[in-house]
Design a protein around this ligand. Structure first.
Ligand code: GLC
Length: 587
């Protein structure tokens, strides 16, 4: 009999003394959901213009139904000049003409709901586009105007005002301050934590909050089930805007998160989020039930991150710890434990996520010598190497190994308690497109760092649906906005549809089992310690087991267990390395 061990409290600090397990009895849809991320530009092209669109999304709902997901999260579909792939919004209450119309969006919502699929959309409250009419009005109104109070406009210093208001760098490279050049010449600066085309809203001004209340209600009224909050940890800035320590790679003040940064996790976020939650609660008794928020927050310390999902604040926050977890038993175990314990302490479910539109695809990442890196960086500058270490440089990819591990990781992810996110194409086992020509690149971080950062285009290449040559059913014969590689010929949804061994078939089976198994979804797990350390085995009641072999040797199935599903073929009844099995247990 395997021994049911303690969960192995791999944490220290705030969560070390929490009682395990903390069971949730609530069964709200979002605590269990499998959520599929649609990056609309790259999902499905219905009008053959090389760009995905909402009608394409409607056409492909069958794919999502057959896959068995419970919800979708749609990356921004709003009107946008696309300086940052739609995260530069020029109208929060409409659809970009290249994606379709509001009527198409309504049709998508209705068609998805008819199939029992919930719809989350992206809310981008930290910044808008320079083409947003409110920003255009602020530019026109000039220094000192109430219109400029809605953004962070400041005078520069020095005799001609040419020194930016502080030393902050932008997350996409270069200064975070852009100088306005008006009819009379250069004048004030405005803050943009991302691209200069993305001016930051000033959340200290109550009119900004009021505008976003209207946006949130606009979409909740249309039937949207939830909002993924972009840059949820960055809306409020320290009112003094002090300099940050110099980043040796850029010579500018550090923009990314560190504890005590004046840019991230400011106390004002509490009131903003509680207020949003109260709006969501207004809808909870209505048709379609609860409306939810999921935060994109990069706050690293778990106790600080857990404040985002405190009672009365947001429903869930992405578990980025898991997103960039190394493929080793010790790290996975530690990440799983500390996140389950931390989230349980505030009664929130832990989200599990292997990829998104900002991160190198999991099938490639797990085929690298170092598996816990974002790999969006690439280049040759020694100062950057000093900051980022070796992952700054390209590392070779063993794609077979990566895909095998990605399949194993998917079964692990889907067996863990809490909602799970699937980034479009993960269900096809798509690798990152690592060799995009520089001329094809679109990511602002590539341009703003002089190519030192290659950026995120490689995970955003349009999906292959059918056929053996590009555009693989993404449109008919159009040129996709990013080129698709020849190696995708065997990876299209059509090619995988009837192949029982395909990654698509694996995902379908896993989601079907997850939907019907009383042990899966929300809840708890217990570790079985009776294995070599590089084998993870946990059980969930009633009668479910999950074993992941991260060792270099095959291992036997646990006694008293029957195979439900395996991420790869067994080896004479043994579980090979880099393989996950789901088990039925009766003892
Ligand atoms: C988030 C998005 C990313 C975007 C950035 C600025 O991190 O996921 O794609 O570039 O916010 O909006």
């Amino acid at each position: 009999m395997p021994r049911r061990g303690s969960p192995g409290l791999a944490t220290s600090g705030a969560f070390a003394d929490k009682v395990w397990p903390v069971t949730s009895t609530e069964r709200s849809w979002w605590r269990d959901a499998v959520v599929y991320q649609i990056y609309p530009r790259s999902f499905a092209d219905s009008n053959n213009d090389g760009t995905g669109d909402v009608r394409g999304m409607i056409d492909k709902l069958d794919h999502l139904t057959t896959l068995g997901v419970n919800a979708v999260w749609i990356s921004p579909w709003y009107p946008s000049p696309m300086a940052d792939g739609g995260y530069d919004v020029s109208d929060y209450c409409d659809i970009d003409p290249s994606f379709g119309t509001l009527a198409d969006a309504d049709e998508f919502l209705a068609a998805a709901h008819e199939r029992g699929i919930r719809v989350l959309i992206d809310l981008v409250p930290n910044h808008c586009s320079i083409e947003h009419p409110v920003f255009q009005a602020a530019l026109a109104a000039g220094p000192g105007s109430p219109e400029r109070e809605l953004f962070h406009f400041r005078d520069g210093s020095g005799p001609d005002g040419s020194v930016p208001p502080n030393n902050w760098g932008s997350l996409f490279g270069g200064s975070a301050w852009q100088r306005v050049v008006g009819a009379e010449g250069p004048e004030q600066y405005y803050l943009h934590m991302f691209a200069p085309e993305q001016p930051d809203w000033n959340w200290a001004n109550p009119r900004v909050a009021e505008m976003f209340d209207d946006v949130i209600r606009f979409w909740f009224d249309r039937g949207v089930d939830g909002l993924r909050v972009d840059v949820a940890d960055g809306l409020a800035k320290h009112p003094d805007m002090p300099d940050t320590p110099i980043d040796p790679a850029t010579g500018l003040g550090i923009a990314y998160y560190y504890q005590g940064s004046p840019l991230w996790n400011q106390p004002e976020l509490d009131a903003i989020q509680r207020h949003w939650r109260s709006i969501a609660e207004e809808y909870s008794g209505r048709h379609l039930g609860e409306r939810i928020f999921v935060c994109e927050a990069n706050v690293r310390e778990l106790d600080a991150l857990m404040r985002f999902v405190d009672e009365g604040r947001m429903h869930t926050t992405f578990n980025f710890d898991a997103l960039l977890c190394e493929w080793t038993a010790a790290t996975l175990r530690a990440v799983i434990d500390r996140n389950l314990i931390a989230h349980a302490s505030v009664g929130a479910p832990t989200t599990w996520v292997l990829g998104n539109h900002d991160t190198t695809r999991v099938a490639t990442r797990y085929g690298k010598p170092e598996t816990g890196r974002p790999y969006t960086l690439d280049g040759g500058d020694p100062a950057w190497r000093a900051r980022f270490g070796d992952y700054f440089y390209p590392q070779p990819t063993d794609i077979e190994l990566g895909r095998r591990r990605a399949r194993a990781a998917a079964l692990l992810e889907l067996a863990l308690p809490g909602p799970a996110y699937i980034y479009q194409g993960e269900e096809l086992g798509l690798p990152e497109v690592e060799d995009l020509p520089d001329e094809a690149r679109q990511d602002p971080s590539f341009f703003r760092t002089g190519g030192r950062i290659k950026g995120r285009d490689g995970c955003r290449v349009p999906l292959p649906w059918s056929g053996t040559t590009a555009p693989y059913g993404f449109g008919v014969d159009a040129t996709p906005w990013l080129p698709q590689p020849p190696i995708w010929a065997g990876l299209s949804a059509a090619a995988q549809d009837t192949d029982p061994d395909s990654t698509l078939s694996l995902y379908r089976r896993a989601l079907a089992i997850r939907a019907g198994h009383p042990a899966l979804g929300d809840g708890t797990l217990a570790w079985d310690e009776d294995h070599p350390p590089a084998v993870l085995h946990f059980t969930r009641e009633p009668g479910f087991g999950c074993l992941v072999n991260l060792s270099e040797a095959p291992v036997a199935l646990p006694a008293g267990a029957e195979l439900l599903l395996s991420s790869g073929p067994l080896d004479g009844g043994l579980v090979p390395p880099d393989t996950t099995v789901w088990l039925s247990r009766w003892s």
